[in-house]
Design a protein around this ligand. Structure first.
Ligand code: GLN
Length: 203
């Protein structure tokens, strides 16, 4: 792995530009991915926030869905934020009829889990990654999903207090797959992208 990995950003839908900016700032070559051939030569891929139902439909329409699934199954490191987390989950709750995910993360994720009345909010989230120092991150949640269940191989990287101070899971990692319920790309704080780039570089 070179010190300047090539990281794709799924670019059929979602907040692509913000991710490209963050990744470039960390010294990665960031490239938009719209076609299957654009997966060639990637060291990692980001699935942005947006709308998972639309991402699914467009990825099917543009025949990116199966190649992306195959690449991730074959070990391509991936980072999903918000809708991207939904796309990486093996199982989702609250999906629409026929909604499929790319999968890879052995988790159950509930869409729009914070309820309709709470469209978006910001809160400080404590991160305790096993592969880096702990830190607190200013997280922005927008119609965010929550991780309801994790399988044995899944590391819980961050939780947030929500309703009766229960701890809800908002960041997970399994091997070289990382996902957050919130949008680290819109804060100007690159530490979570750095966690992902570290996983990519660890190869
Ligand atoms: N609620 C959206 C979905 O289900 C995710 C929202 C987001 O990415 N900000 O895809």
């Amino acid at each position: 792995m070179s010190s300047s990995p090539t990281i794709g950003v799924f670019a059929l839908q979602g907040d692509v530009r913000e991710h490209v900016r963050m990744l470039s700032g960390l010294g990665a070559q960031a490239v938009g991915v719209r076609r299957p051939t654009e997966l060639d030569g990637l060291d990692g891929i980001v699935l942005p926030g947006g709308e998972s139902t639309t991402m699914h439909k467009l990825a099917r329409t543009f025949e990116l869905f199966e190649p992306l699934r195959a690449a991730i199954r074959a070990g391509l490191p991936a980072f999903g934020t918000c809708a991207g987390m939904i796309m990486l989950a093996d199982t989702i709750e609250g999906g629409i009829e026929g909604q499929e995910t790319i999968g890879g993360l052995d988790v159950v994720v509930r869409r729009n889990a914070f309820g309709r009345q709470v469209d978006s909010f910001e809160t400080a989230v404590d991160f305790t990654p096993s592969w880096s120092e702990p830190f607190t991150f200013p997280a922005t949640f927008i119609r965010a999903p929550l991780v309801e269940k994790v399988g044995d191989g899944v590391e819980i990287v961050a939780r947030v207090a929500w309703k009766q101070s229960e701890d809800r899971i908002v960041a997970v990692r399994q091997g070289r797959l990382l996902a957050t319920s919130f949008h680290p790309e819109i804060t100007g704080d690159a530490r979570i992208h750095e966690l992902f780039v570290d996983l990519v570089r660890a190869g």
